[in-house]
Design a protein around this ligand. Structure first.
Ligand code: AQP
Length: 361
C-alpha cells in the first residue's frame, strides 16, 4: 500500500526539541520509507495567525521554520515543501468542510480549551472605565473605549480558534493524505479529521481515505519550567533548535527538577527528571533504564551537565546545515516555487472532484 503524508507546523515562534522529537523526526523517517508515495510538509501560516502574532516579523518566522525543515532532513527531491497560504485550496476546502462540521465537535476539543486560556493570559482584558477624562465628550469617550475593547479582545475567542481543526482537516484531506505524523497532543484533531471525512463520504459519496496518525512513542516533551505542561513555541522557554550551546547549557541547568535526589523515571512523582530522561534517551538512543543505572548515586547537576552536552552535540550538525541553507536564499525560493506549483495542481484536481460531488459544478 502506498502512503500519502501531510504534516505542518505553525510558524508561531522558534521550533523546539518537542517539535523535532514529536513530529519532524518522524517526517524524515516516513519520507525515506519505501512505501511512501508523496510527502507534503507545510509551514501552516494560516494556522499561526489564529493567535496573536506580529505581521512585521511573520515572513521571517515562516522562513525560519522552512530552514529548520530543510536542516532536519526534509528532502525537496522526495517531498513538497510549502507555505499553506500559497495553496489557496486549503482555505476553500476548510469552508466546504465547515458546512458539515457541528460546532459541538469543535468545542469539546482539549487544544481549543487550552489555547483559549493561553490567549486570554496573553492579551489583557480591558473593561469600560466609567470615569471620563476632564474636558472629554462622554459619547466620544465611550466610542474610544468600545474600540479598545474590540482590539484587545479580538484574539480572545475568535471563530478561527474554534475552527482551527476544520482547517487542519482540510490541510490533510485536500491531498487525500492517509498518514499524518504528529505529536500525541494532536490525536483528537486527527480523530476529528476522520469524523468530518467520513461524514463527507456518507453525504456526498466515497472521497476521502481514513487518516492514520503516526505518533513517536514516548516523545511528548514537556516544558523545562513546568513539566506538567508541554514544551511550546509560545508562552514557554523551551530549547529552540537554533539555541547556542551556552543557551542550551543555561536552560538545562535551570530546568525544574523534583524533590529527592534519584535519577529515576516516574512521570507522576518526578515529572521534571522524567522529562529530562526522555530527552536524553531519545537524542542519545540510550534506553531509560540504562540511564537510570548509569546515573545511580550521581547528582541532578551531573546528569544535567551530561544532558546539556548530548543536546549541544545533537544540534551541532543540524545548525551547521541550517546555516548553509540560510546563506543560500535563492535555493529555498526555488524549492518553494516548484513545490507550491505541484501542490496547487493536486489540490485543484481534488477540489474539482469535491465541488462536483457537492453540486457546486
Ligand atoms: N512538546 C511537544 N512534544 C512533542 N511534540 C510536540 N509538538 C508540539 N509540541 C510538542 C508537535 O509538533 C507539531 C507542531 O504543531 P504546531 O506548530 O501546529 O502547534 P502546536 O502543537 O501547538 O506546537 P507548539 O510548539 O506548542 O506551538 P504553539 O505554542 O504555537 O502552539 C505537532 O505535530 C505537535 O504534535
Amino acid at each position: 500500500m502506498t502512503t500519502r503524508i501531510f504534516s505542518g507546523m505553525r510558524p508561531s515562534g522558534k521550533l523546539h526539541l518537542g517539535n523535532y522529537l514529536g513530529a519532524i523526526k518522524n517526517w524524515i523517517a516516513l519520507q525515506d520509507a519505501p512505501d511512501t508515495a508523496t510527502c507534503i510538509f507545510a509551514a501552516v501560516d494560516l494556522h499561526a495567525i489564529t493567535t496573536p502574532y506580529d505581521p512585521a516579523t511573520f515572513q521571517k518566522n515562516i522562513n525560519d521554520v522552512l530552514l529548520d525543515y530543510l536542516a532536519a532532513g526534509v528532502d525537496p527531491k522526495r517531498s513538497l515543501l510549502i507555505r499553506q497560504s500559497r495553496v489557496p485550496q486549503h482555505a476553500e476546502l476548510m469552508w466546504l468542510l465547515s458546512t458539515i462540521t457541528p460546532v459541538g465537535w469543535l468545542e469539546r476539543l482539549p487544544n481549543y480549551r487550552e489555547k483559549l486560556t493561553q490567549v486570554a493570559e496573553m492579551t489583557p482584558s480591558f473593561g469600560f472605565s466609567g470615569s471620563v477624562p476632564p474636558g472629554k465628550d462622554v459619547m466620544q469617550h465611550a466610542r474610544e473605549q468600545a474600540s479598545t475593547i474590540l482590539d484587545k479582545k479580538s484574539y480572545q475567542n475568535n471563530l478561527s480558534l474554534l475552527a482551527y481543526p476544520v482547517l487542519m482537516a482540510a490541510d490533510i484531506l485536500l491531498y487525500k493524505a492517509d498518514l499524518v505524523p504528529v505529536g500525541d497532543d494532536q490525536l483528537p484533531h486527527i480523530e476529528l479529521t476522520n469524523e468530518v471525512g467520513s461524514k463527507f463520504n456518507h453525504l456526498f459519496g466515497e472521497t476521502f481515505p481514513n487518516v492514520r496518525p503516526f505518533v513517536a512513542p514516548g516523545a511528548r516533551i514537556m516544558s523545562l519550567q513546568d513539566p506538567t505542561k508541554k514544551m511550546s513555541k509560545t508562552g514557554d522557554d523551551g530549547i529552540a533548535l537554533t539555541d547556542s550551546p551556552d543557551e542550551i547549557r543555561g536552560k538545562i541547568k535551570r530546568a525544574t527538577t523534583d524533590s529527592g535526589r534519584e535519577i529515576m523515571f516516574n512521570e507522576t512523582d518526578k515529572p521534571g527528571i522524567s522529562n529530562l530522561l526522555t530527552i536524553f534517551s531519545t537524542l542519545s538512543g540510550a534506553a531509560i533504564d540504562k540511564l537510570e543505572r548509569d546515573y545511580a548515586g550521581k547528582s541532578y547537576g551531573d546528569f544535567k551537565a551530561d544532558l546539556a552536552e548530548v543536546v549541544v552535540g545533537f544540534l551541532e550538525p543540524f545548525q551547521r546545515r541550517r546555516a548553509e541553507f540560510a546563506a543560500d536564499p535563492a535555493t529555498l525560493a526555488h524549492i518553494l516555487t516548484e513545490s507550491e506549483e505541484k501542490a496547487r495542481i493536486v489540490a485543484a484536481e481534488h477540489l474539482a472532484e469535491i465541488h462536483q460531488k457537492m453540486g457546486l459544478r
